[in-house]
Write a new protein. Structure first.
Length: 156
């Protein structure tokens, strides 16, 4: 039986594991992998948000020692990063991370959580309660889906 990962704030020592998850998750979408490999600067996770407590990690294993996903939030609040190790896809990790981010934003008095997601993540975001409000250009040249989650009602 697999237990749910624990969610905690990231620490600087987590950076190599976050970089591993970021790269693996980014390349797991076969449709975007060639484009990303051609632009390796987009496969680098710098860790902005760790030192100031804006990055959460999902940690699994005994004793909770393997980072299997992470989320970074900016002011607004904006869900800037949401990445899950491909070996942990479809196990509720992303839903758990979004839930924690939404809970924190709600407790801080925010009424909405924003994200710009890629098209292959649309079904997930809709499933956790986001609503698409716009389509925007991204640095990679692929469409970004601008979405919003209402934090005034229930929870994602």
């Amino acid at each position: 039986m697999t237990t749910s990962p624990a969610i905690r704030a990231a620490v600087v020592a987590d950076l190599p594991a976050l970089q591993r998850v970021f790269r693996a998750a980014s390349l797991s979408n076969a449709g975007e992998a060639p484009m990303l490999l051609a632009r390796p600067e987009f496969l680098v996770f710098a860790g902005d948000g760790i030192a100031d407590g804006r990055t959460l990690v999902a940690v699994a294993g005994a004793p909770q020692d393997r980072i299997v996903g992470f989320a970074t939030v900016t002011t607004g609040p904006e869900l800037e990063d949401l990445f899950v190790d491909p070996d942990w896809h479809r196990r509720g990790v992303a839903r758990q991370l979004v839930g924690r981010v939404a809970e924190t934003a709600r407790a801080q008095g925010h009424r909405r959580l924003w994200v710009t997601g890629n098209p292959h993540a649309l079904a997930f975001y809709l499933a956790v309660g986001f609503v698409q409000v716009d389509q925007v250009a991204t640095e990679l040249g692929v469409p970004g889906l601008r979405m919003s989650l209402d934090l005034t009602g229930g929870h994602p």
